[in-house]
Design a protein around this ligand. Sequence first.
Ligand SMILES: C[S@@+](CC[C@H](N)C(=O)[O-])C[C@H]1O[C@@H](n2cnc3c(N)ncnc32)[C@H](O)[C@@H]1O
Length: 442
Amino acid sequence: MTTAKQMLERALSIRRPPHASEDAGAAEDEGGDETGDESKTRKHISMAVRITNYLTRTGYLWPILVIGLIIVIISSVIISSRDLVCISASSSDHISRLRFFGFDELESDFGSLGVPWCRSKHGKDVEWTSKDLLRGLEEFVPIYETRPIQNNMYGMGFDHSFGLWFITRWLKPDLMIESGAFKGHSTWVLRQAMPDIPIVSLSPRHPEKYLKKGPAYVDGNCTYFAGKDFVDFGSMDWGRVMRKHGIKDRSRVLVFFDDHQNELKRLKQALKAGFKHLVFEDNYDTGTGDHYSFRQICDQFYIRGGGHSCFKDSDEARIRHRRRKFWEKAVDIEELCGPGEAWWGVRGHMRDDFNHSNKAITYAEHFQNSRFVESVLDVYWELPPVAGPSLTHQTRYDPARAPTPIVEDGRYGLFRRLGLSRLDNSVFNGYTQMVYLQVSKP
Ligand SMILES: C[S@@+](CC[C@H](N)C(=O)[O-])C[C@H]1O[C@@H](n2cnc3c(N)ncnc32)[C@H](O)[C@@H]1O
């Protein structure tokens, strides 16, 4: 019977040092210097032979050594492959996503299913650059860490808090209006951006009501139209409010909407009131959300990144189906497309008021809506996600429908330097394409 020792001796004997001429050829092939007798290959091989001889003399000690060596090699390969992308091993979801898409695909994934946007009248863009956003992030992270409502479930997370703070601080309005306050987190964000400027907040339930149950924020320089004093944005006497705050120029006012109302309706009301600077928190992607949004309105065939195929056998159907498994907000063709292949709104419906109203619209109406929006738009700017999912571990929005993040995947050093690694992963799970609009009557 052949013993394990004999088998190893045979295996090692196959790796005998090659004949001198073979060795020279190999060195030539590699562009090496074949003239010296004491080449590295020779040394290595003669060392191997010496080791073999030693092992054959030492009896059964060697199989244990070989097995130990194999275990060390396998475990070091596993550890180094984890280090490669700075992902936490605890996130099994994320690892399976990486396995599915591969690292390269993950990095280049953003926008692969199209990022529609609304065309502005004169192609004007925002003044700020990605450098300004990075500088802003560095400044905002320590501010965000002091937030009174640490867990703002159902309200804004980190991405949109940063977006609202950044836009507000850049525009420096004379008055800030908020529609939809919930526990007051967004009121607090506005206050951090502009410490001395008055706020007007409209919300059916006063944030002070939440104080009885836990953390909430009530601002000292804010006029609340809330509780029994609640007035909807569309019914407010804005002339009176402006006079009370001494506002003569309404283009000096910033309006922030987080009230889950049809955004087309809100746009028309804001235009009528003469406001120019508008921020919409939940700019839901086509096929998602509980109200009609600008993203949906402008997702038209003639827009690069816009329009959809409702064919069940299309590439889009296949890709969407696959992505549904990995991103909670990714939508399948079945969810996206309604009867008559209607994908506008949510399956052809124009949703409003947290989906309490749900009116079917035709494609012709949807198209007209986009033309109207374009006729009043001076600027349309969607906040990018703050960082890629390999860094934030977010699992909700589908990167394939989002613009490239401010901190791209793989840039862990930058992510950490900005202080973002100190934040809990859950705060990165609320991105829904917050948008800043500058508008004027056609
Ligand atoms: C998602 S929450 C707002 C979250 C808040 N902005 C934050 O960041 O924490 C939506 C809020 O809109 C309020 N709301 C409902 N209908 C409204 C309306 N017609 N006008 C203003 N707010 C409304 C709800 O009561 C709720 O407080």
